[in-house]
Design a protein around this ligand. Structure first.
Ligand SMILES: Cc1cc2nc3c(=O)[nH]c(=O)nc-3n(C[C@H](O)[C@H](O)[C@H](O)COP(=O)(O)OP(=O)(O)OC[C@H]3O[C@@H](n4cnc5c(N)ncnc54)[C@H](O)[C@@H]3O)c2cc1C
Length: 313
């Protein structure tokens, strides 16, 4: 029996994947979506989402992602709770792409990659203990909750410097913990940090523990790695800003990635270097990294896929 060829397969179930599914399904592409190991994506790891339009009272991340899934399924998106483990993309326009979920082979004319990115953490048990209770990897998402309070930013690069200057506008005081005796950030960003009155930089300092009550952060335990002296800083929020890792390992060598592993898309579109393969959401965006921008590019990917298929006919 001849194997079915899908018009559209969507890899990933975050806001970009489910938005792509809603648009692709309504365009009659009969999309099949593979959720991967984290159905619902990054937002399932957070509590309040206050900045996604359409929820005037806010919503929890898991509830919002269930809403998106329900909406995608209303238009007959088929959701598979499986992980794509291997891909073999065609390089020809109109070619058939091959993907595998374990031993299952899937053929598709278009592929929308929306596998997201994963925020890097330090690996402390306390980060997990206080996740959603003061530990965050996103100042734009969670900074608002610490208005007028004291916070810590861990990191030395441009992202950390940006998060610190953003938080300095909202909070009472930002303490930056920099592991070495220098920043890794660009000169311009260092200059911004140095010229912000309520940022204190502690070089050669590392976060080694978190203390609090009722799973809410109250203190950071830090060590001076030169003197080995430990101390405690009273804070409500701890922002880990040591980078993100795009989930692109299985595509490496097949699709153009930038030096940090993000999929390169043609600006203003979701086209990759491969015909019929599109990328949406955090997997191709190291700048905005928001649910709404991920959803927006998911919509673009479905429209780009639909147009690509229409041009083949
Ligand atoms: C703690 C936290 C709080 C946040 N709060 C907010 C907020 O308040 N507001 C906001 O706008 N943004 C927030 N963000 C950012 C937001 O979550 C992301 O920008 C958004 O989820 C990105 O969506 P995405 O669709 O690109 O991918 P993700 O949400 O990263 O989802 C990726 C998906 O791909 C799947 N996947 C990965 N590999 C495979 C594979 N091989 N096969 C199949 N599937 C695969 C995963 O299982 C997952 O479902 C927050 C992020 C974090 C971590």
């Amino acid at each position: 029996m001849e194997q079915n060829i899908l018009d559209c397969i969507i890899v990933g179930s975050g806001p970009s994947g489910f938005t792509a599914a809603i648009y692709a399904a309504r365009a009659d592409l009969k999309p099949e979506l593979y959720t991967g190991l984290e159905p619902g994506g990054q937002l399932t790891t957070t509590t309040e989402v206050d900045n996604f339009p359409g929820y005037p009272d806010g919503i929890t991340g898991p509830a919002m992602m269930l809403d998106l899934q329900k909406q995608a399924e209303r238009f007959d998106t088929k959701v598979h709770y499986e992980m794509i483990t291997k891909t073999e993309f065609s390089t020809e326009k109109g070619g058939i792409h091959k993907l595998w979920a374990g031993n299952k082979e899937i053929l598709a004319r278009t592929v929308i990659i929306s596998t997201g990115a994963t925020a890097k953490y330090l690996g402390l048990d306390d980060e997990k203990k206080y996740a959603g209770g003061g530990v965050s990897a996103c100042a734009t998402c969670d900074g608002f909750f610490y208005k007028g309070k004291d916070v810590i930013v861990v990191g030395a690069g441009d992202t950390a410097a940006e998060e610190a200057t953003y938080l300095a506008k909202l909070t009472n005081k930002v303490t930056m913990l920099v592991r070495k005796d220098v920043f890794r950030a660009s000169k311009a960003m260092i200059h911004r940090v140095e010229n912000t009155a309520n940022i204190e930089v502690k070089f050669n300092h590392e976060l080694i523990g978190i203390e609090g009550e009722n799973a809410l952060v109250e203190r950071a335990v830090v060590i001076n790695n030169q003197t080995q002296e430990t101390s405690k800083i009273d804070v409500h929020g701890i922002f880990i800003a040591i980078g993100h890792k795009p989930n692109t390992e299985i595509f490496a060598g097949q699709i153009n990635l930038d030096e940090n592993g993000y999929i390169i898309t043609v600006p203003g579109s979701t086209f990759t270097n491969l015909p019929g393969v599109f990328a949406a959401g955090d997997v191709q965006d190291h700048i905005y990294r928001q649910a709404i921008t991920a959803a927006g590019s998911g919509c673009m990917a479905a429209m780009d896929a639909e147009k690509y298929l229409a041009e083949l006919d």
